[in-house]
Structures are given as C-alpha cells and as structure tokens.
Design a protein around this ligand. Sequence first.
Ligand code: PBG
Length: 331
Amino acid sequence: MPSNFPMARARRLRRTAALRDLVRENSLVPADLIWPIFICEGRGISEGVSSMPGVARMSVDRAIEALRHAFDLGITTAALFPYVEREKKSSNCEEAWNPDNLVNRATRQIKSALPDMAVLVDVALDPYNADGHDGLLRNGEILNDETVECLVKEAISHAEAGADILGPSDMMDGRIGAIRKSLENHKFQNTAIMSYSAKYASAFYGPFRNAVGSGELLRGDKKSYQMDPGNSIEALRMVQRDIAEGADIVMVKPGMPYLDICRLVASSVSVPTFAYQVSGEYSMLQASSLNGWIELDAAVAESLLSFKRAGCRGILTYFAVYAAEKILKNN
Ligand code: PBG
C-alpha cells in the first residue's frame, strides 16, 4: 500500500520535465502511426479536401513523394483510399477487383518506389458502389454472402498488386474467414489482415465520405451492418470471431469516442489492437484550431497518446505526418 500524505507527495515526480519524462508510462513514436491517404487519377495533382483542412487527394506520383517524406520521418505504414470517378462506379462494384484499378496501380507503384514501406489497402465496396454502401444493395437490403464473394475477389486483386496488409472495413459477417481462406489458396499466405472488427455506425465518418466521393451517393445509413454505438460486449464477440477467422490485427473505429472499447479489446486479446482516429475526429480538432479555440499541437499529441494509454499498438491518423514533424521531434 502506498503511504499517505505527507510521506507520499505525488507532486515530487511532477516537479521538473526530467522527472516527468522519467516516470511517464506511455509515449508515442512515429512507428505507432499509420497514415491514411486519398489517391486520385492523374499526374501532379494535390487537391485539398474541403471537409478535412490540411488533407489532399493526391495523384500517385505526388503520393509517392509524400510517402517518401513520411517514411523518412519514421512512419512505416500507409493506408490507401481511392477517389473513384463516378463513371467507374456501378451497383455491381466490378471495378473493385479490376487488377488495374486505381488503388492496385497505386499499390504497385508505391511498392516499387518504396519497397520498405508497408502498404495497407482497404477492402470494401463503397468507393466503387453507385449506391454508396459497403455492400451490394438489392431491393433496399444489403446482401451479406454475395458481398463477401465480391470482397474476396477484391482482396485477392489487392494482394496480387502487393498490399502488405488488407483492411476489410465493410462489417459483413464471415468476410475475414473467406478472405483468409482464399489468400491461402492463392499462395498469399504472408498477406496480413487488419480487421475493422469493432466498427461503429458513426456520425464521425462524414468528412471521409466527402473525401472519397461516396457521401452524396449514400441513401440511408449503415446501421444494418456497422455496430450500434450502445454496445461494448458485442465488440469483444466481434474481435474474437475475427481472430478465430484469421485476422492478424484487430481495430476499433472511431477512436476517441470509443476509447473504452479500445481498452476493453486491448486487455482481452493477444493480437495487436489498433484504433482509427477518423475523419470527423481530425476535422473537429482542425476546426477548433482554425477558430483559435484550441492549441493544435498539444491537442493532437494528447489525443494520440490517449490511444497508447488505452492499450492500442497502432493508430491510423490523418495527423501522422503532422505529428511526426511538429510534435514527436520536440519530445
Ligand atoms: C468505408 C470506410 C469508411 C472509413 C474507412 N473505410 C467510412 C464508412 O464506413 O462510411 C472511414 C474513415 C474516416 O472517417 O476517416 N469502407
């Protein structure tokens, strides 16, 4: 038992920066951060995303420059999201498994320019779906098993392009097992799966849907497949199921409003737990800072550290490069 005041004085170890550094339980390094980026067609393009100040959609050549800089800062993994042109979207989503689609071309070029950088590719139909959903929409219903067949084809095309990690973000049932089995059968036994296991139906994805151009197509919501924000025990069932089906990493999304879930999951499973600090969390912090209401560097540092404290091994964040440049260097 710790002794009582005045034998115990907590402020003794808070007195100087050296002492605080000495006893800090959690810290951040650039390798904790995974940088999600938006890729578009063309050359020399870097166009700002209006809903996410400081974030741009980049053509592959520009993305490679930006990723080289990120890698030099110590960020070892990037997550790719394609901005797919309207005419390539359909209700059958075939573009998702086209070997030469934008994200597959980007993956090949990034892996050849930066072979030591890990590339994570999202597996979901929404960038390719004329209906804006993560699954096939038929008669007002999102089909599960038919969607999983599409996701398997999509996953294999991304593995063939050289993705190191696949991130199924769709929340259909049975997709991790089906993808893992197909990867084994196609001799992609080394392709890792980071499952979006506890992905909640959240209002915080709004700015992302604008960035990938799916927002205006989406009718209704994603509540029939993403998790209900009132649930936490269900998150455990989801991560256990996904690990049993072959996930190497499990992820909780969104991040800050779900830190309780991060802690619950990280304390319960023995695979790495990641969190996704999503677009709405990013834009809230940026908007506050642009209004002069919050000090961005300190708020970003504190928000990222909260994920480490909650037990997360990795954090997907649009602040990755900003944090590595502005915050971690001064630590
Ligand atoms: C869709 C997907 C979403 C995000 C990543 N993959 C949005 C959604 O489920 O509607 C959100 C990321 C973010 O908000 O930053 N498969």
